[in-house]
Design a protein around this ligand. Structure first.
Ligand code: ZN
Length: 372
């Protein structure tokens, strides 16, 4: 069967070579913490790339070539001191992005530039019309990185670097970001806090990470009120809550904002089997969200939508969630069954609960009241 849409796809083996060392999931090894992998390891991403090939999805995609984001590209978003430090530490033995949760090994400066540049390449292809939409399977992720520091496994703000490239070079002026990673998209929020031309919408687990950001009342700085929307969903939220948040908050907000292009921070850590989140989203839930966002892009910005990979730490489930999203982007069904469907698809967790509905209603109310 031929794909209905031309979907660009970015992956490079070098992304898997970003070395985050040994940790105990999120904590450093040592003392009583027996060394193990960092949750942010290559596994979930390289296995997703593997399933994209083995499922035959790769034949329905248009491979795009990632490139290294230049220093100039990075400096549109990040402080020079920060970029210089990452470059210096990377040339030595590696280091940390800045918060103690962002370890990186030798050579990660270039890999992080390839992640930001991969998102740029995906955006460029969508803007040029050589593809209808695109998925950049990049690593390290980016949505926690702030102007002056890395954070939460993120070194450079991949989505923001791509947005600033588009705004400077490709005639784009208004952009919407929708972030369904289980953690708050605090990096993009901080970078665009005072920018009324970038709408940021984050669905995340309430008070997970970072602990002190992501409140429903944080709606944008002076002159940009209403361009930052947080939907802090309670732990335990499933497909029903996520779909309701997309339909009742993200879709009307983005529709009225009328962006030139939509960027999606695509994290699969709301998965039912993720070690870092406490949500219960299934591959079908991710597919429904992606389909709603593709339809939204078709309605507001001629279909221009770019997904950039963020978190997602279940090596066994992320590949199926990622494949489901690619099915939504391409319109091509692989027929590959998700082995976790039998465990989670029928869970009562997917029914929208009153305490989830309350948060979504509050976010919708704030977004409506402040709509520009
Ligand atoms: Zn995350």
């Amino acid at each position: 069967m031929t794909a209905q849409r031309r979907t660009g796809y970015i992956w490079h083996e070098r992304y898997a070579w970003h070395d985050t060392g040994t940790h105990v999931g999120i904590a450093p090894s040592g003392g009583f913490n027996q060394p193990h992998m960092t949750f942010e390891s290559a596994e979930s991403k390289s296995r997703m790339a593997g399933l994209v090939e083995v499922s035959g999805m790769i034949d329905e995609l248009i491979r795009l070539k990632p490139r290294l984001a230049s220093r100039e590209d990075l400096l549109r978003v990040h402080d020079a001191d920060y970029v210089d430090r990452i470059e210096r530490d990377s040339a030595a033995r590696g280091g940390d992005g800045g918060d103690g949760f962002t370890p990186f090994g030798p050579g990660s400066y270039d890999i992080a530039r390839l992640a930001a540049g991969g998102t740029i390449a995906a955006a460029e292809a969508v803007l040029a019309g050589t593809v209808d939409n695109a998925y950049a399977l990049v690593r390290p992720p980016g949505h926690h990185a702030r102007r002056d520091t890395g954070m939460g496994y993120c070194l450079f703000a991949n989505v923001c670097v791509a947005i600033e490239y588009m705004r400077e070079k490709l005639g784009v002026s208004r952009v919407a970001i929708v972030d369904y990673d289980v953690h708050h998209g605090n990096g993009a929020e901080s970078i665009y806090w005072n920018d009324r031309d970038v709408l940021t919408v984050s669905l995340h687990q309430d008070r997970l990470f970072p602990l002190d950001t992501g409140s429903v009342t944080a709606s944008g700085g002076d002159g940009a009120e209403g361009t930052n929307i947080n939907i802090p969903l309670p732990a335990g939220s499933g497909n029903g809550a996520y779909q309701a948040a997309i339909e009742r908050v993200a879709v009307p907000a983005v529709t009225s904002f009328r962006p030139d292009v939509i960027l999606v921070s695509s994290g699969f850590d709301p998965s039912a089997v993720d070690p870092l989140g406490c949500m219960t989203v299934t591959s079908g839930g991710f597919k429904d969200m992606a389909a709603a966002l593709v339809t939204l892009a078709g309605n507001v910005c001629e279909g221009r939508i770019v997904f950039s990979h963020e978190g997602g730490y279940s090596p066994v489930h992320v590949p199926f969630c990622g494949l489901a999203v690619l099915e939504a982007l391409t319109g091509h069904e692989t027929g590959v069954p998700d082995p976790f469907a039998q465990s989670f698809d029928s869970s009562p967790a997917h029914v929208l609960k009153p305490w989830q509905d309350e948060v979504i209603a509050q976010a919708a109310l704030i977004a409506d009241a402040l709509r520009l």
